[in-house]
Ligand binder design. Structure first.
Ligand code: B12
Length: 289
């Protein structure tokens, strides 16, 4: 994703395929699973090695974490994953999230990623529309608040689990601070920003929901970030939020730190502060800029 080739080691391959490391060794020795051997005798795997293994062995190996082929529906899903059929997968992920089936949601994310679909595409074309649908159902009173919480938490958990298998390149020494304003509970978009930056090799400091921002200078001075990403969705009090964003941007500007902002709150507030390089609308843009 960064232009560098991503390799998995035997431990990663074992985690992805749902077996132990000795099985990975056995499979590579018998030629069932392809790999590259380094001069030092270590096994390295490309995503394509794992993907073709899954493709060739899915009937034999029902333990694969990607799509455990236990039912007719699993076989159908794996077909849509391999084809990158986002419309079908959106409906499926929504249904599984509403039923709190995290493992099913995760299978789709893992499967797409291992099928070489970029992380930002999974976030833009599956996660975002599914969350919007959850919000729509809630606003139409078709979901209760607790159902909305459970469904969005299933998505969040699956995103975090997906990050566990993502190969992170060696750090290119760009340091990023990902921050939410002090009134913000919506942190799923910021978590996705964090993951994409990590996959670009950035070193990321993620502050989480409702960040107490009044002491932010301390963080700037100790961590010395090159970039700050602010995610803001909710506008409780427009003036207070504007002041808080300006305060964060002042701190960044004084330290030559570039700011990138995203989220619907920026429809309501001014983001012409000189620290702000750009407002980002999609995760593809987070990957690109
Ligand atoms: C999940 C969710 C929650 C969860 C949050 C869980 C969590 N840990 O994040 C919970 C249940 C806690 C919650 C709480 C509330 N929520 Co809510 N929530 C949602 C929901 C369903 C999904 C939000 C989400 O993650 N969307 C996915 C993101 C990726 O999409 P996006 O926000 O459109 O962002 C896009 C871009 O802006 C960009 N982006 C966003 N942020 C960033 C950041 C950066 C740096 C970059 C580069 C890009 C970027 O990427 C996206 C792709 O285009 C939305 C529905 C919706 N339409 O989004 C409602 C929604 C946002 N919530 C809403 C409301 C009203 C609330 C509450 C006030 C409800 C209440 N009465 O308590 C509280 C707010 C609490 C608070 N102070 O923050 C409203 C907001 C309405 C408005 N006028 O803004 C929405 C739109 C629902 C609705 N239809 O009414 N919510």
């Amino acid at each position: 994703m960064t232009g560098k080739i991503k390799y998995f080691n035997s431990e990663d391959a074992a985690k992805i395929l749902g077996v132990n490391v000795s099985t990975i060794k056995r499979w590579t020795e018998s030629g069932t699973l392809d790999c590259i051997k380094t001069a030092g005798g270590h096994r390295k795997f490309l995503m394509s090695h794992l993907a073709s293994f899954v493709e060739e062995n899915k009937k034999k190996n029902s333990k694969v974490n990607l799509f455990s082929l236990e039912s007719e529906q699993d076989i159908e899903i794996s077909y849509h994953i391999l084809k990158g059929d986002y419309i079908y997968l959106n409906n499926y992920v929504l249904e599984q999230a509403l039923n709190c089936k995290r493992e099913k949601v995760q299978q789709v994310f893992n499967g797409l990623y291992l099928g070489q679909y970029p992380l930002h595409q999974i976030y833009d074309l599956i996660v975002t529309p599914v969350l919007h649908q959850i919000g729509f159902l809630w606003s139409e009173n078709k979901l209760s608040v607790i159902q909305e919480h459970l469904a969005s938490q299933s998505i969040k958990d699956s995103i975090i689990r997906l990050q566990g298998i993502i190969k992170i390149p060696e750090s290119n020494s760009v340091k990023a601070l990902c921050i939410s304003p002090s009134t913000e509970l919506h942190d799923i978009p910021l978590k996705m920003v964090d993951h994409i930056l990590e996959s670009r090799g950035f070193s990321v400091l993620y502050t989480g929901q409702k960040t107490p921002t009044e002491k932010i200078e301390e963080i700037f001075d100790s961590y010395e970030p090159h970039r700050m990403y602010i995610s803001s969705t909710i506008v409780d009090n427009r003036e207070e939020l504007q002041n808080e964003i300006n305060y964060l941007c002042d701190a960044a500007y004084q330290r030559n730190c570039e700011a990138y902002v995203g989220g619907r709150a920026f429809d309501a507030i001014d983001y012409s502060h000189p620290a702000i390089k750009r407002r980002l609308f999609t995760f593809e843009e987070v990957y690109r800029y």
